[in-house]
Design a protein around this ligand. Structure first.
Ligand code: SAM
Ligand code: SF4
Ligand code: F3S
Length: 452
């Protein structure tokens, strides 16, 4: 009997047990959370939205920035009273924090309410860890790096029409600021047949948006002996029958090839949007970040895209305040965003991560300077976004309706192929469907339209 079967048998003899699972961090982590829920459901757990109602709590954590970690430590601390009032409650911590030995040690030593930690590549050990806790273990853990990819997880997906499909795990790039390669291990690509089978199943079940995920999706397949590259995978997914849109993230600029651009522009189901994290507009900072491209090379990619589609939509990630970033470096970032005209940026103040190379740099830039730069960056981008969105005025957009607008009664919000938030009059029967709109107004966070 496997531990999964044992746990199922144990739970079958008890009143229905409820689990609370909360994921922090990127979409890959959210996808892991969906697998964790799938596993729990398959052994007999049901789910609750309230921690105080749960027999099992799993916090699926992120380690990318310090504030993400601090938040989780705060939440774990606040759960002590739940364990005190219900000694049978099992609290488990999964996700990227558990892969950092100092964080795993701190959890074990300082938070006795936690029963187990589960590493990012050890999801299939979850039933064994729960069983150990049920059998009275003070602390169970599996944080070893498992290099083989487990297929066939059932998933409890958060949406009935948008699905994330990880195509690869890990990262080989070792950008000097980033903890991800240390907590997610080496790049491992899923077999193309497994990905195609999963997407076919999702499309047959009515999913309209397929988001292909990886820390660096465009190096997909490098570990498969060159059998299928990312552009080839995209073409194969595009050939699957059905009405759906394909998105993917993130792409590394060093691997954004002309072939990838051809595929994006030629494949009708592939979204007309590219998220291409640049991180900084300064070559010196990019070199110190170990990003392995220059701004000239980045702009070549942008220019190639825009020469073929002048309105093509781009978004990016930027880090403000990388150690010893000068005023000149920061101005170069401002010049870059003015030049590229991103539709949106996701910007972060640099956060020192123990174990990374950048953490060893003696940083002379005060926090206040970094905050001022961040505010300036956001202000400049706000102006760019509201100006740049005007190119959509009067144009048609195909939008996947997602949810009622929170602030406007009688309006629905969704995303266009270009990854632009669109608000339009409608009702909840449209949710999960594609609608055609004509853009009638632009704002600095969204566009408004009327249904055609
Ligand atoms: N693999 C993706 C790439 O290279 O673009 C990014 C993945 S990372 C989870 C998402 C973003 O977090 C990065 O693009 C970067 O801007 C930001 N990030 C990563 N490490 C950071 C750090 N130490 N401090 C601040 N932001 C960080
Ligand atoms: Fe982190 Fe760089 Fe890998 Fe992205 S490519 S996950 S930023 S190391
Ligand atoms: Fe965070 Fe791990 Fe994702 S560190 S951003 S949850 S890969």
């Amino acid at each position: 009997m496997t531990d999964t079967q044992k746990l199922k048998a144990v739970l079958a003899d008890q009143p229905c047990k409820k689990a609370f699972v909360r994921s922090f961090g990127c979409q890959l982590n959210v996808s892991d959370g969906e697998k964790i829920k799938g596993l729990l459901q398959s052994v007999g757990y049901t789910f609750t939205d309230s921690e105080s109602d749960a027999d099992l709590i799993i916090l699926n954590t992120c380690a990318v920035r310090e504030n993400a970690e601090d938040r989780v430590f705060g939440i774990i601390g606040s759960m002590k009273h739940l364990k005190d009032s219900n000694p049978d409650l099992i609290i488990g911590i999964s996700g990227c924090m558990t892969a950092q030995s100092h964080a795993a040690e701190k959890i074990k030593k300082s938070y006795p309410q936690v029963g187990f930690v589960l590493g990012t590549s050890a999801l299939d050990s979850l039933p064994s860890l729960i069983l150990e806790c049920m059998e009275g273990a003070r602390f169970a853990s599996d944080t070893a790096e498992h290099t083989e990819i487990c297929e066939g997880f059932e998933q409890v997906r958060e949406s009935t029409f948008k699905a994330s499909v990880p195509i690869m795990f890990g990262c080989n790039n070792f950008c000097t600021y980033c903890i991800v390669p240390y907590v997610r291990g080496k790049e491992r690509s899923r077999r193309p047949e497994d990905i195609i089978r999963e997407v076919e199943g999702l499309v047959q079940n009515g999913y309209k948006e397929i988001m292909l995920l990886g820390q660096n999706v465009n190096s997909y397949g490098n570990d498969l002996g060159g059998e299928t590259s990312f552009p080839q995978l995209l073409r194969r997914i595009n050939d699957i029958d059905g009405d759906f849109i394909i998105r993917f993230m993130s792409s590394h600029p060093k691997d954004a090839t002309p072939e990838l651009i051809d595929v994006i522009l030629e494949c009708d189901k592939v979204a007309k949007h590219l998220h291409l994290p640049v991180q900084s507009g300064s070559d010196d900072v990019l070199e110190r970040m170990n990003r392995r491209y220059t701004i000239e090379k980045y702009l070549e990619t942008v220019n190639l895209l825009r020469s073929r589609d002048p309105d093509f939509s781009l978004t990016t990630d930027l880090i403000v305040g990388f150690p010893n970033e000068t005023d000149e470096d920061f101005k170069a970032t401002l010049r870059l965003i003015e030049r590229v005209k991103f539709d949106n940026i996701y910007s972060f103040i640099y956060s020192k991560r123990t174990g990374t190379k950048a953490a060893l740099i003696d940083d002379k830039i005060p926090d206040e300077v970094k905050s001022v730069r961040m505010r300036k960056l956001l202000e400049v981008q706000r102006g760019i976004t509201s100006e740049h969105y005007k190119r959509f005025l009067g144009k048609r957009m195909r939008v996947l309706a997602e949810e009622p607008c929170k602030k406007r009664e009688g309006y629905i919000t969704g995303k266009s192929s270009e990854f632009i938030i669109c608000e339009f009059p409608g009702d909840s029967s449209m949710i999960g469907q594609f609608v055609e709109i004509e853009v009638t107004k632009t704002m600095n966070w969204a566009v408004e339209g009327r249904i055609i």
